[in-house]
Design a protein around this ligand. Structure first.
Ligand code: BTN
Length: 332
């Protein structure tokens, strides 16, 4: 495994990915070493070296002397080719950079965006050493169990409208959880995803903008997928959970990432074509906040009222017309 110039560890490199895609094209059938070497214009010993590396990375590749190689099973390693396999996205996830470890996928994606990475590029890590949460908090990011993902978008919107994309990502995460489990997540304003009152996912969107123009937005998404109870920090402010803890079933992170990127793609293309209204409608349905009586606590003071909706800047609007920009919401 090679190290990139940033010190991040790529999950795997180009030739291995090409071999995997050749193996996959054959489905259960075999492909000979000679065919691989001719297709990729590499030596037979280079093919063998790559097969060994793929096996070491957890791929079950069987070899039969007269037939060649076949792919029997793939690990849940967040390999870009595995994620993209059968994925229906047109824009989001067209490019995926998957790293074994990074400080924060948001920081990596932000740097790539500054360097000109194309819209839709997704950065995914198996673990983060400095996962960032909202308000300067730490996002627990143990290895091998969850999803830490950041997506670069370049929307033609004003900076004040950027919170709309946070609402869009919350809807996408909720949809992905619904597609891969029988859970019915609820979105908690402004951007937590809860299951049974416990936080299962969080969003941290960051942007680069000028006064009147967004250069790019990084959608940072953390989903607790297969995390076990003992892997949560002891000092959590709010109760937290994972899809595994709620369902008792392990979910493939690869499948989850594929589905999440598809949902982001679907919602973002709708956002570009039709604007914010469809996102707002679905967000309100999934938050179950419309019409609910809530108490919002912020910096020691609290306000109560019936929720009328959210405005185009993401503020919570109460029936008395009050606009609430931040705080902790409890449905009473
Ligand atoms: C929150 O506090 O609820 C937001 C958590 C956001 C965590 C994700 S994990 C992927 C991305 N990279 C980060 O460093 N943070 C976000």
């Amino acid at each position: 495994m090679t190290r990139s110039r940033t010190g991040e560890e790529p999950v795997s490199g180009g030739t291995g990915e090409h071999i995997l895609s050749l193996l996959r094209q054959k489905k259960e059938a075999h492909i000979s070493g000679e065919e691989i070497s001719n297709s990729l214009n590499i030596s037979r010993s280079a093919v063998w070296k790559q097969i060994r590396a793929l096996r070491a990375a957890g791929y079950m590749i069987s070899a039969e002397p007269s037939k060649g190689y076949s792919l029997d099973a793939s690990p849940d390693t967040l390999h870009p080719a595995e994620i993209r396999h059968g994925m229906k996205s047109l824009l989001v996830g067209r490019k995926i950079q998957s790293v074994a470890k990074t400080v924060s996928t948001n920081a990596t994606a932000f740097r790539l965006a500054e360097e000109g990475a194309e819209e839709g590029t997704a950065v995914i890590a198996d673990c983060q050493s400095g996962g960032k949460g909202r308000l300067g908090r730490v996002w627990a990011s143990p290895q091998g169990v969850n999803l830490y993902c950041s997506v670069i978008l370049r929307p033609d919107i004003k900076p004040v409208a950027a919170p709309q994309l946070t609402f869009l990502s919350a809807v996408a995460v909720a949809r992905a959880i619904e597609r891969l489990s029988d859970l019915k997540p609820r979105i908690k304003w402004p951007n937590d995803i809860l299951v049974d009152g416990k936080k299962v996912a969080g969003l941290l969107n960051e942007m680069s903008a000028e006064t009147d123009k967004v250069n790019f937005v990084v959608l940072g998404i953390g989903v607790n997928i297969n995390m076990r109870a003992e892997q949560f920090p002891a000092d959590l402010r709010h109760p937290a959970t994972s899809v595994f803890l709620e369902t008792g079933k392990t979910v493939s992170r690869t499948a989850f990432t594929r589905v999440l990127l598809e949902e982001l793609d679907d919602l973002y293309r709708q956002f570009v074509n039709e604007g914010y209204a469809p996102v707002r409608k679905e967000w309100l349905e999934k938050s179950r906040l419309e019409g609910a009586v809530v108490t919002v606590t912020d910096n020691g003071s609290s306000r109560s009222g019936r929720v009328r909706g959210i405005d185009e800047y993401g503020a919570l609007i109460l029936e008395n017309g009050e606009q609430i920009l931040s705080g902790d919401v409890v449905i009473v």
